[in-house]
Design a protein around this ligand. Structure first.
Ligand SMILES: Cc1cc2nc3c(=O)[nH]c(=O)nc-3n(C[C@H](O)[C@H](O)[C@H](O)COP(=O)(O)OP(=O)(O)OC[C@H]3O[C@@H](n4cnc5c(N)ncnc54)[C@H](O)[C@@H]3O)c2cc1C
Length: 270
């Protein structure tokens, strides 16, 4: 089926000039049901405007052909008024410089097929979940938390979110508020460049995979996370994912594959 403009931007919120929360509504059709953690595709034609902050393109794309990429859904699957995405600008990229030039009311392509297996329904109901992300990799966790986190949820959830600076940590206030309200929900924001902060950063520093060795999750839970009681999700930068898989393997956590079930679940963004 040819791609077309079939959706409308209902809201754009800039976290920084290079991170945005984009809400999209299908235009004249109903979006299908989805499971938190899944992704959809967004697209714009090569001829659409790019923001000045982006790098010049070495090759000019076909102006009529849609450039399409995958984006994890950040909104809850229970209220389906819009699909929310959390997107970072890749200055040299094909699509993101065009997405960042959009305004409320503009039209774009939203792929009607929502898919992906990076979901909580593949882990036991009582298993605790550690959700580790870099950058916009927190998006699928927002959908999971906005859908499944209730005062009665049986499992402990911890979100570990890493970025360079505190101002790059999208959804920080929502996650921090939830962690203050719900004893079984914990949020660990981490930054890798504390020396560049405007005001002193009192939280965790370094890379998200380093959190595992610090004993913080066990302290917050009052329980050591082990492969018998916990599943770990890793999303975002592939370098972080490789490194975290190695760190987790030392404690007996195995990568989940189609052939062999394990406790480590991966979503690589590139
Ligand atoms: C299942 C899945 C879900 C995804 N969900 C998201 C999401 O929720 N939010 C999001 O911002 N991106 C997400 N991505 C990445 C997205 O599909 C695009 O690759 C990204 O937006 C860059 O597109 P582009 O056309 O601008 O760059 P391209 O021209 O496609 O250039 C790709 C290059 O950009 C870099 N890159 C790609 N993604 C990122 C990123 N997130 N941060 C830093 N550098 C990156 C890599 O070097 C990659 O090789 C997801 C990818 C997959 C496979």
């Amino acid at each position: 089926m040819p791609r077309d403009y079939n959706a409308v931007v209902s809201e754009i919120m800039f976290v920084t000039s290079e991170h945005m929360v984009l809400r999209v509504v299908p235009d004249g059709w109903e979006m299908s049901d989805y499971v938190p953690g899944q992704f959809a595709t967004l697209g714009l034609p090569g001829g659409s405007a790019r923001i000045p902050l982006s790098d010049p393109e070495s090759e000019v794309p076909d102006p009529d052909k849609f450039i399409v990429r995958a984006y994890s859904i950040a909104s809850s699957s229970v209220h389906k008024k819009y699909l929310e995405f959390y997107i970072t600008l890749v200055r040299s990229g094909g699509l993101t410089p065009r997405l960042f030039a959009l305004q409320r009311g503009d039209r774009l392509h939203l792929g009607p097929k929502i898919t992906g297996v990076f979901t909580l329904d593949r882990i036991p109901e009582e298993a605790n979940a550690v959700l580790i992300a870099t950058g916009t990799g927190v998006a699928p966790y927002m959908s999971m938390i906005r859908t499944f986190l209730t005062p009665e949820s049986p499992r402990r959830f911890t979100v570990v979110h890493g970025a360079r600076h505190s101002w790059d940590l999208g959804y920080r206030s929502e996650l921090a508020t939830l962690s203050r309200m719900l004893p079984h929900f914990h949020y660990i924001p981490m930054i890798s460049r504390p020396e560049e902060e405007i005001t002193p950063w009192g939280g965790e520093t370094g890379y998200v995979q380093q959190i595992w060795g610090r004993g913080i999750i066990a302290e917050q839970w009052g329980l050591e996370p082990t492969p018998d009681n916990t599943h770990v999700f890793l999303c975002g930068n592939p370098g972080m994912i490789e490194s975290a898989v190695e760190v987790l393997a030392v404690d007996g956590f195995k990568e989940h594959t189609k052939k062999e079930p394990g406790q480590v679940h991966l979503e690589r963004y590139w």
